[in-house]
Each structure stands twice: as C-alpha cells, then as structure tokens.
Design a protein around this ligand. Structure first.
Ligand SMILES: [Zn+2]
Length: 320
C-alpha cells in the first residue's frame, strides 16, 4: 500500500478502535498503563539525528501529558506496578529511559506544571559524563556511513550490534569511531547527579537502567551483577534509593530478573507493548512506546494518536 493509503486505513482503524472502547475495557480489569519515553526536545528530532523514534517534540509532549492528566491518575511507575488503585480513574505512569539531560530541561518542567510525577531510569555511568552511549555512537557512524554508501537500514545495523557480545561490539565501534565521536554534544548530554537529585527532591522517581546500557541477557553472571547491582549501588551512593529497573532494550530473562531482585529492586520494566494487567509479573512489566512516527500514522493530533495506540495495545492484550 502507498503511504497516503496506509495513513487513511490507519486513521480509519484508529477511529474504530477508540469508538470500540477497548481502552475502557482494559481499565475495568484493573490494568494500569505505563508510557515509555526516551527524549523530549523542542522541535522534535533534529534532521541530522537518525534515532528519530526516540525523540518526542516538546509541544506534542505537553499535549500528550494534558490528555493523560484529564483521563488518568498519573503516578510513579512503582505505584502503577506495585501500588493499589484507589479506585476511580485508572493509573498511568510516565517513564523515561537512559538519563538524557533533555528529560530534566524540558520534560520535567511540564510534569511539574501539571503536578504529576515522572519516573526516570538512568544509565549510571552515563550520568555526569560527557560520553555518548554506545548506541548513539553507532547511530552517528551509521548516519555518516550512509553518504559513503551504507546500505543496511539503521534498524538492521542496530539489531546486528545488539546481538554481538559486548566486547566484540565495543571493539567494532572503537575501530570505526574517532575519539571525538564518543564525546557528547550539548544537545545529547546526560543529566548530572545534581539534576538527578533535584528531580528526586521534586517528587519524581529515579530508577536504574544499568551501568553502561548493555543487553543484559548477553552477559556473564559476573557482568550481569556488575551492571544491575553495581548501578543500584551507584544510585545509593548518590542518595537515591531506586525501587525499579528498566531493562536496556527491554531484554530480560530469569537471570536478569534474579539479579534485579538481588539488588533489592521491586519491579522491572520491559519494552514489550501492552497494559500492565492486575496479577501480571511485576518484574516484566509491559509499556506503551511513545513513537512519534507511529502516533502520526493514527492521527495528525498527537493526543488522539496516543489514545488510539493505548486502545490498540489493550486490544492486543485481550487476544494474548
Ligand atoms: Zn535505554
């Protein structure tokens, strides 16, 4: 199907989904909903930055949060997963992975204005550094390589790198990257520890996203412990008591959830999409990925796109 036709079909389906009230159906079953964000920037994704699915425009974010606050009881991820509903409105949580400074500069003030908490899952080695995360370096190299004839899609390149053992991946990136590629630009900076602690003082939740953002299921027992327990210890050293972890790339297995429990964490967040149903495994909580391109396919209005995506995920959950 051509793109315009796809869009018309998606919009038609979007209307039908919302009218079908599947979202309300999920709510009556005691489900809560957790939204997954990574970055929020004024103007959205810059044209020269390839990881566009991770960046939400600030104006869209404000509209989405206003819509959310009208319909849901917005709480921390901990309360959405482990808390008991007070009845009335369904619970929703707004989560952020990685620890970029734009979360602090642009997203948190919107949440503060609306009087709701966010949950920020930070990569502890990234915080306070000026270094890019490995996948940002990979994206930068892919973008540069495209003009030199790179044929693989970014998604293919990323999944290839994610499948590699960590040492092999680091070696491959080190071979291709200049030392300056590892240095973060002002726009892509991480938060520092003062930012993280300021968020905590303002009532936001801080959780772990590992130390260095590896794929946790590919690590040895020692490495896994170092990444999960180590990140929790670093957070505690900085005065933060985390209660949950968002697994990098959403990957987890028995060993990963055991390491999280050993670190004293009470819940874990995946990237598998869906609502968090009452009684579901709290160490493998589903979320809704707020992907700007996908929301646009449902509707030109970002809050309608988000509403439809919620309904779509509720429908998938019913079939699963
Ligand atoms: Zn991440």
């Amino acid at each position: 199907m051509s793109n315009p036709i796809k869009q018309i079909v998606a919009r038609g389906m979007g209307c039908a989904l919302r009218l079908a009230g599947v979202e309300r159906f999920a709510v009556t079953r005691g489900a809560s909903i957790l939204f997954m964000y990574h970055r929020v920037l004024p103007g959205g994704a810059p044209p020269d930055w390839p990881l566009k699915s991770l960046i939400v425009d600030l104006t869209d974010f404000e509209r989405q949060m206003t819509w959310l606050c009208r319909r849901y009881e917005v709480c921390t991820a901990f309360d959405a997963v482990c808390g008991v509903s007070r009845g009335g409105r369904p619970r929703a949580a707004v989560t952020f992975d990685d620890g970029y400074r734009d979360n602090y500069l642009f997203a948190a003030p919107v949440l503060d204005r609306l009087g709701v908490p966010g949950s920020f899952f930070v990569t502890t080695e990234f915080i306070g550094s000026r270094r890019r995360l490995w996948f940002d370096v990979a994206a930068l190299l892919w973008h540069r390589g495209r003009s030199a004839g790179e044929r693989r899609s970014l998604a293919n390149r990323m999944s290839e790198l994610k499948r590699m053992p960590r040492a092999e991946r680091d070696e491959e990136l080190s071979k291709l990257a200049e030392p300056s590629d590892w240095v973060s630009s002002e726009r892509d900076m991480p938060m520092d520890w003062a930012d993280v602690n300021d968020l905590r003082r303002r009532g936001h939740e801080i959780g772990s996203h590992s130390r260095t953002h590896p794929i946790l299921t590919h690590l040895s027992t020692t490495e896994l412990r170092d990444e999960v327990v180590g990140s929790v210890e670093t957070l505690r050293d900085h005065g933060v008591e985390p209660r949950g972890i968002a697994y990098p790339n959403g990957d987890c297995d028995e060993a990963v959830t055991a390491a999280a429990a050993e670190a004293g964490l009470r819940y874990g967040l995946c990237t598998q999409e869906g609502w968090h149903e009452r009684g579901a495994d709290v160490m493998r909580t589903r979320r809704i990925d707020v992907n700007p391109a996908r929301l646009k396919r449902w509707s030109r209005r970002t809050e309608v796109g988000l509403e439809t995506q919620c309904a779509w995920c509720a429908l998938l959950g019913r079939r699963a």
